[in-house]
Unconditional design. Structure first.
Lengths: 579, 101
């Protein structure tokens, strides 16, 4: 083992994070004579520019062909050091990352001797792995310069136009018979008073003018195969037709559903108790003074946070714990719209907390100064709605009066409902996208990779991901466009080569690996006289389920071969089981 | 328990004089009142703002005890014109309760 290898080992102090509990100098000395090691050093911060340059000098000066860095979690700096290895001129897959901070120093702050011994064992295992490393090359896959956008609401339409601007061909699939999404019939919307219907019309007109956008309505995905850069999708269009598409990326712009209150929740089901979307439809159909059942509307009570920020109770076993973000803005904006109407209308807004963040604060202020009354209730003492001889009566304990009970006789009670995840079972089964505990689609990293998903080439655009205002949805959609565009404009994509490989001599095709693979990356092929397993490189994630299940040891994962893992265990347990 | 009166609520809304919207319920007005009026202006104004006419009626004597000296408004950090608000209330009560116009 390790004959002729030239491995460099660098142990990081992490400014004390590691060296306070692990004697890093002792670790460097202990592994200096391991087979193949030609240099073993310490650095205060291996990630610093100066330390990286010194390591590059060592790689080149000593002609290293393997590299072990013992520092923090690979989540933090594995890519930093891979890039450094490449700059130094060594294959980046011959670099091994040892986690000496999260998995050693931080875990054993009360035992410096023990932590140091463990540190030595971990680094030795890293060296054993590096000494069996081979140069690997990224898999290059050509990409199809076409995108499928699922959902023709604001996010989908705006995203499609931006993709078209880049010169990419776009297909839009809309499940409903009419394009436009949730707001296609809406009137004035926060914050700039533009009508939803007008925004949708402008976007749709522009979409129709584009030669490189194809819009399918009454269309649903019924089959999907392929991988990043080259997906094959079948859409059902209308009742009988279907189309086959080949696209390089997909945008998921499926939007949201409005929360539907349960019968009796804040009086829902009583005549005159409506949700905000229902009230909006009702108000948009009338000019001038509002009338309901032939009578002018004098008093309207709004109840905020309906279906949002719920707590788990017997009546609500699966609460929506999140804030829906848009509802406070929509509610206060509706207050301003009502103040703009003629007539003598009083409005009472019963809220838990007003969250009109950013510019929307001015809408809240306008609503208050123009006469809408805002009353704060505590979530433990929510308002009640009752049907009495005097009509609907809302009872609330006003916090500004120290919790005194106030009754409001209301002609209409409007429940300001939040957003809930869209129900899309067929699509979700096909795409296998993970959802958060709230049921919305999950991004890959909440801060740094906000529109990417675990499925490479599939991006989130808008409120399918989480409650969002229209501006936020469009922002997210355009972010997804930039990721899809960046991927497809380059013309190819490089994939990690740390994937399974088949030893065709050993393989006898028993289909165990096919059943074990969660990514559908195994296929049966003919190899000479016999049938063997074949790994579709662009689908394999190197997850390794196929390796232990193979009865003939015919599978291995590059970079994590059985031989490497065995060598690592041997290196770790050197004192216990002498060679 | 008291019920909101549309009449008072509408009168408050239409009035150019009454404005307690900026009140943040800090209580400085109560602290500086030379009459030591028990009824806190902030609480009274909240009743008015919400439109609780019976609460206003219960506090008529307090409303007329006020000297309109303006100490409260002078010290109000939110610049609510408290004395003017009291004048509005007296006018409303004169018209609607005592039938003076």
């Amino acid at each position: 083992m390790a004959i002729g290898r030239k491995i460099g080992v660098f142990i990081c102090h992490c400014g004390g994070n590691i060296s306070d509990y692990v004697d890093v100098k002792a670790v460097a000395e202990a592994v200096a004579n391991e087979p193949g090691v030609v240099v073993s050093k310490n650095h205060m911060f291996t990630c610093s520019d100066a330390a990286q340059q010194e390591m590059i000098d060592d790689i080149q000066g000593l002609e290293l062909d393997g590299l072990v860095i013992a520092s923090c979690s690979p989540k933090l700096h594995m890519f930093t050091f891979r890039d450094m290895a490449e700059r130094g001129g060594i294959n980046k897959y011959q670099y091994v990352h040892v986690n000496l901070r999260e998995q050693c120093s931080w875990a054993h702050t009360n035992d410096k001797t023990g932590a140091t011994e463990k540190g030595i064992a971990l680094v030795r295992a890293g060296i054993a792995k590096a000494s069996l490393s081979v140069p690997l090359t990224a898999l290059r896959v050509d990409t199809i310069p076409k995108v499928l956008v699922i959902g023709a609401g604001i996010s989908g339409l705006r995203g499609a136009l931006a993709l078209s601007d880049m010169g990419l061909s776009v297909f839009i699939a809309e499940k409903e018979k009419d394009a436009g999404g949730t707001v296609k019939n809406w009137g004035r919307m926060a914050p700039d008073d533009q009508h939803g219907s007008e925004i949708v019309k402008n976007l749709l007109d522009e979409v129709k003018r584009r030669d490189n956008i194809m819009l399918y309505t009454d269309a649903e995905m019924i089959a999907k195969s392929g991988y990043i850069g080259d997906f094959k999708v079948t859409l059902r269009v209308g009742e009988h037709d279907s189309v086959e598409l080949q696209v390089g990326a997909m945008l998921i712009a499926t939007g949201f559903d409005s929360y539907e209150p349960q019968q009796g929740e804040f009086g829902y089901g009583l005549d005159g108790v409506v949700t905000l979307p229902q009230f909006r439809d009702f108000a948009d159909q009338q000019d001038g003074e509002l009338t309901y059942n032939g009578k002018p509307v004098k008093n309207v009570a709004f109840v905020y946070c309906v279906g949002s920020r719920q707590k788990k109770t017997e009546a609500c076993p699966e609460p929506n714990q999140y804030c829906s973000r848009y509802c406070c803005n929509a509610g206060t904006h509706m207050a301003v719209c009502l103040e703009d109407r003629p007539g003598d209308l009083n409005q009472y807004h019963l809220y838990r907390d007003i969250r009109t963040y950013g510019h929307n604060e001015t809408i809240y202020e306008e609503a208050r100064t123009r006469g809408a009354v805002f009353m704060r209730y505590q979530d433990t003492e929510a308002p009640t709605v009752a049907d009495t001889a005097d009509g609907l009566v809302v009872t609330v304990k006003d916090q500004l009066m120290g919790g005194e009970e106030v009754e409001i006789q209301a002609d209409l009670v409007v429940l300001i409902t939040g957003m809930v995840p869209k129900k899309n079972e067929t699509l979700m089964n096909l795409l296998k996208l993970p959802v958060s505990k709230d049921g919305f689609l999950n991004e890959l990293h909440i801060k740094l990779r906000p529109v990417e998903t675990v499925i490479d080439g599939v991006f989130l655009a808008g409120s399918a991901q989480s409650p969002k205002t229209m501006a936020e949805s469009v922002g997210a959609s355009l972010a997804a466009v930039s990721k899809a565009g960046g991927l497809l404009m380059k013309g190819f994509v490089d994939l990690e080569p740390l994937i399974a490989r088949v030893d065709t001599d050993k393989c006898l095709w028993c289909d165990e690996c096919l059943k074990a693979c969660p990514y559908g990356a195994i296929e049966k092929i003919h190899h000479g006289e016999k049938e063997v397993a074949f790994v579709v490189k662009s689908l394999c994630k190197g997850e390794g389920a196929c390796v232990p299940i193979c009865p003939h040891d015919a599978l291995d994962v590059e970079g994590y071969t059985d031989q490497q893992i065995t060598a690592m265990i041997d290196a770790c347990s050197k004192e216990v089981v002498p060679a | 328990m008291s019920r909101v009166s549309s009449k008072l609520a509408s009168a408050v809304k239409c009035s150019d004089t009454f404005n307690a919207d900026a009140c943040m319920h800090c209580g400085v007005c109560t602290a500086v009142c030379p009459m030591g009026i028990e009824m806190l202006p902030r609480k009274l104004f909240r009743y008015v703002q919400v439109g609780l006419e019976d609460k206003v009626r219960e506090n008529i004597s307090t409303i007329y005890q006020c000297l309109l000296c303006g100490m409260c408004a002078e010290n109000c950090p939110a610049e609510v014109n408290i004395a003017d608000n009291v004048r509005f209330l007296r006018k409303y009560i004169n018209e609607n309760e005592f039938n003076l116009s």
